[in-house]
Design a protein around this ligand. Structure first.
Ligand code: PXG
Length: 283
């Protein structure tokens, strides 16, 4: 495995960054998780665009054009000879003195790891997954816009811990008002009257690339989609529920806080979307 750091490639054991990097010291940085399917980088343009929008929002000087960044990602994939896998693209504020002030950092650090990912075991894709609602809430959007894919995941990690302590693999997070935001690393969808509903980003959800892809697929299948305001009641009474993300892809949810969703097994709309998604990524 060859890891890209600031224009050079290193073996895994030599791929190291400074302990004075503000990405480590303060979580000051942004990232993207991207898939490689069948020799192609999936939705590269969308991921690069989101990365640069995150950078703009946190006033991070990228010192590379979007095109150069995209080419660096493609180069890293080629050097690692990966046909199917997962790319972690990270940009930190860079090295600087101790002290939170980001203006003291000289140059952003760019890291590209080309590896593999499987977030959930296969059986969960077939049979569905049980999740809980976490008591840890999403950071309010007026404090940190959820569309920024930042290196600050501690509140999601707290929710993930709650899930693990209840014997589940994932948790739904609510926003400060108690509306459904998203899961710790996935967007959330419900099906009601054969239409799709997902919380709007301003409720505290990342503007997910898989979420947008699923909405496009659904529309092409004649399934109406809505960005909506959802409560736990809506989740419990949904006909179907599933999560989406680059890591998770589409995973059916069959139980939430002990309530069985629909028939308690992956159902027709979710299955149709999973099949169409599989076709798309293999095309
Ligand atoms: N919400 C959050 C908080 C995320 O971190 C998503 C939604 C789904 O967005 P995309 O654009 O990927 O459809 C994410 C993405 C990991 C991992 O290593 C996490 C994500 C993606 C890939 C890997 O846990 N989360």
């Amino acid at each position: 495995m060859k890891i890209y750091i600031d224009g050079k490639y290193y073996d895994r054991k030599d791929a190291k960054i400074s302990v004075f990097d503000h990405g480590l010291l303060y979580g000051d940085g942004i990232f993207e998780g991207i898939r490689i399917y069948n020799g192609k980088v999936f939705k590269l343009k969308e991921h690069i665009e989101r990365l640069y929008q995150s950078a703009k929002a946190i006033l991070l000087d990228m010192h590379m054009t979007e095109e150069e960044m995209g080419n660096a990602v493609l180069d890293a994939v080629n050097i690692n000879k990966k046909k199917n896998g997962y790319i972690r693209l990270i940009v930190t504020r860079g090295e600087g003195p101790l002290g939170i002030d980001p203006t003291t950092c000289k140059k952003a650090t760019v890291i590209i790891i080309v590896s593999d990912i499987q977030l959930y075991p296969d059986e969960y894709y077939k049979n569905g997954i049980e999740i809980i609602t976490a008591s840890s809430r999403r950071i309010p959007s007026d404090s940190l816009d959820p569309r920024i894919k930042s290196l600050n995941y501690l509140n999601n990690i707290m929710a993930k811990l709650e899930a693990r302590h209840s014997g589940c693999l994932e948790a739904v997070m609510l926003n400060r008002e108690g509306f459904v935001a998203e899961c710790t690393g996935d967007n959330m969808f419900i099906v009601k009257n054969n239409e799709l509903f997902t919380p709007a980003p301003f409720h505290g959800a990342l503007d997910g690339i898989t979420m947008r892809t699923v909405m496009e697929i659904a529309e092409s299948l004649g399934i109406k989609t809505h960005e909506a305001t959802l409560t736990r009641y809506d989740l419990y009474n949904a006909e179907e529920c599933f999560m989406t993300g680059t890591g998770a892809e589409i995973i059916p949810v069959i139980k939430i806080d002990g309530r069985i969703i629909g028939d308690g097994e992956p159902m027709v709309v979710t299955k149709r979307l999973i099949n169409a998604f599989k076709k798309l990524i293999m095309s």
